[in-house]
Design a protein around this ligand. Structure first.
Ligand code: COA
Length: 324
């Protein structure tokens, strides 16, 4: 049997840091409100770098950490909802920027669940023997989609990229259980950059804007109902008990959501890795940035079991129980 081993991780966040106090100079908000409602203290915003730029920087870091030749990459998946263009895909732009000319590259749009969906997709290509080497990146420049007149959303999101290099392996590792899901009937509770069907036959009104719009309470409710169920089902599917998990890496959207997930799953809060204070919600990038940070801090060793769980636009959710 073939397994997908995490050979290397990497991440990149733009240098510009925007604190809650800085934001409150532009938006009617306060450090106290943002901190107490979300756990966010600051976020990183691009100063001109686009999604493919930061995705490529994360990719270069991954290649460096794994001592990987870009020509050996066979598959590149970039999970993003903030691509530079509709076409070319961000993954094709990354392919060109890092010189991975032997890879097939495509984007995957599953919002904040995107990295989990991408990891799962690459895992199938590897397990089926089609490819041996795959690069999966979650990357977002969400700041370009933020409406700084809408204080209920613009304070919650930031920019960043992270990813992993997966390699075919004979040792039992990688994805041991997975659970992906979608509920399109509730999709309108989180939308971004609508494109109307306007053409020769139908002069539709221009889309109002390209901003991210969110019904925060609906998404909060969805995340705190769906994610605990997803985590518990994953544990049930695998032969790994919750006690054996070294860490849970949740999508970093809101520390209060994570507290509810911890209560409902009865997994102690200390097992949930959190870095939302530093980066805010970078959508598809939160989980790989956290994973890389944990690797750098040597919080994870080979053989450890982790559970990664994402939720977000679509609406979508997904979890992977992974042996490092
Ligand atoms: N600063 C100050 N006040 C703000 C504010 C801000 N940035 N944003 C909203 N408010 C105000 C609202 O206008 C409202 O005022 P009102 O009561 O006078 O109308 C008040 O704060 C309370 O808003 P409410 O919606 O009740 O807050 P909340 O406790 O539900 O928290 C969210 C709001 C958005 C933080 C919360 O719903 C949430 O985290 N949802 C999930 C969002 C998310 O994570 N999405 C991404 C998923 S991938």
């Amino acid at each position: 049997m073939i397994f997908s081993k995490i050979k290397a991780t990497g991440a990149y966040v733009p240098e510009k840091i925007v604190t809650n106090d800085m934001l409150s100079q532009y938006v009617d908000t306060s450090d106290e409100w943002i901190r107490s409602r979300s756990g966010i203290e600051r976020r990183h915003f691009s100063d001109g770098e686009n999604t493919s730029d930061i995705a490529a920087k994360a990719a270069i870091e991954i290649l460096k950490n794994g001592n990987i030749n870009p020509l050996d990459i066979e598959l590149i998946i970039v999970a993003t909802v903030s691509p530079d263009y509709t076409t070319p895909s961000t993954a094709c732009l990354v392919q060109s920027k890092i010189g991975a000319s032997n890879a097939v590259a495509f984007d995957l749009a599953a919002a904040c669940s995107g990295f989990i969906f991408g990891f799962s997709t690459a895992d199938k290509f590897i397990k089926s023997g089609v490819y041996k080497n795959a690069l999966i990146i979650g990357a977002e420049v969400l700041s370009k989609h933020l409406d700084f007149n809408d204080r209920s959303t613009c304070v919650l999101f930031g920019d960043g990229a992270g990813g992993v290099f997966l390699q075919a392996s004979e040792e039992e590792c990688g994805v041991l259980a997975e659970e992906l899901g979608s509920d399109g009937s509730r999709g309108m509770s989180l939308t971004c950059a609508e494109k109307k069907a306007s053409n020769l036959f139908n002069q539709a009104e221009e889309a109002k804007d390209s901003f991210l719009h969110m019904d925060g309470r609906t998404v909060f409710d969805f995340a705190t109902r769906q994610t605990p169920k997803c985590i518990l089902r994953l544990i049930e599917k695998s032969s790994i008990s919750a006690d054996c998990l070294k860490y849970v890496i949740p999508h970093q959207a809101n520390s209060r959501i994570v507290e509810v997930i911890s209560k409902k799953t009865k997994i102690p809060l200390e097992k949930f890795y959190m870095n939302i204070a530093e980066y805010s919600n970078t959508s598809a990038a939160t989980i790989p940035i956290a994973l890389h940070e944990m690797m750098q801090k040597e919080l994870l060793q080979q053989g450890d079991y982790i559970l990664m769980a994402g939720f977000g636009g679509g609406l979508t959710w997904g979890g992977l129980l992974v042996k490092i």
